[in-house]
Ligand binder design. Structure first.
Ligand code: GDP
Length: 191
């Protein structure tokens, strides 16, 4: 098997290029308004600026992180940019994605229900070895919380997903989200 040779793009594992430098397509899914763009901006630019709605949908933003084992992971991050309204287009959007980050807003139970819809879609149409994360965002709004931490983690565990609560506003757990995803990526064998 040639999988994992340095510099060789292997279409079977979501765009991994070699064993030390991974490049992965990451898609964000979730209701409009849950904070997907803010999470990306916080991670890529270190900012929280709800007024500068980026046009991530045109292409993607990318960000590279280094892990302790000196592996680097370059995330090519695709935001839905409102495509959640066009459910029929979704399979095109998440084709080839090695990672799906499904986001809800902890103050909004409807967004949690919608997140579960996206998980089912990904289970049906996503690549079989896709790494999925469930993210409860806006964790800073604890006084308005309507989705319990335990409900999030229970659902995630049942579906083999990584779970985390984040705040794009305070930056809580944003880097951790991407680091934990990076650790869970399948590594090509060096043979
Ligand atoms: P998207 O439609 O999922 O991309 O959502 P946006 O990133 O555009 O965010 C929607 C709204 O939620 C904006 O008004 C943000 O200011 C707000 N928002 C996003 N993340 C957070 C967060 O972690 N905490 C709080 N309090 N507000 C947030």
């Amino acid at each position: 098997k040639s999988a994992g040779q340095a510099g060789v793009l292997n279409p079977e594992n979501g765009g991994v290029t070699d064993t030390k430098n991974l490049r992965v397509k990451l898609v964000l899914l979730g209701d409009s308004g849950v904070g997907k763009s803010c999470i990306v901006l916080r991670f890529v630019r270190g900012q929280f600026d709800p007024t500068s709605k980026v046009t991530v949908g045109a292409s993607f933003l990318s960000q590279t992180i280094a892990l302790q084992d000196s592996t680097t992971v370059k995330f090519e991050i695709w935001d839905t940019a409102g495509q959640e309204r066009y459910a029929a287009l979704a399979p095109l959007y998440y084709r080839g994605a090695a990672v799906a980050v499904v986001v809800y807003d902890i103050t909004n139970p409807e967004s949690f229900a919608k997140a579960q819809y996206w998980v089912k879609e990904l289970q049906k149409h996503g690549s079989p070895d896709i790494v999925m994360a469930l993210v409860g965002n806006k964790a800073d709004l604890h006084e308005k919380r309507e989705v319990q931490f335990q409900d999030g983690i229970d659902y995630a565990e049942k579906n083999g997903m990584f779970f985390i609560e984040t705040s794009a506003k305070t930056a809580d757990n944003i880097n951790q989200l991407f680091e934990e995803i990076a650790k869970r990526l399948p590594r090509p064998s060096p043979t």
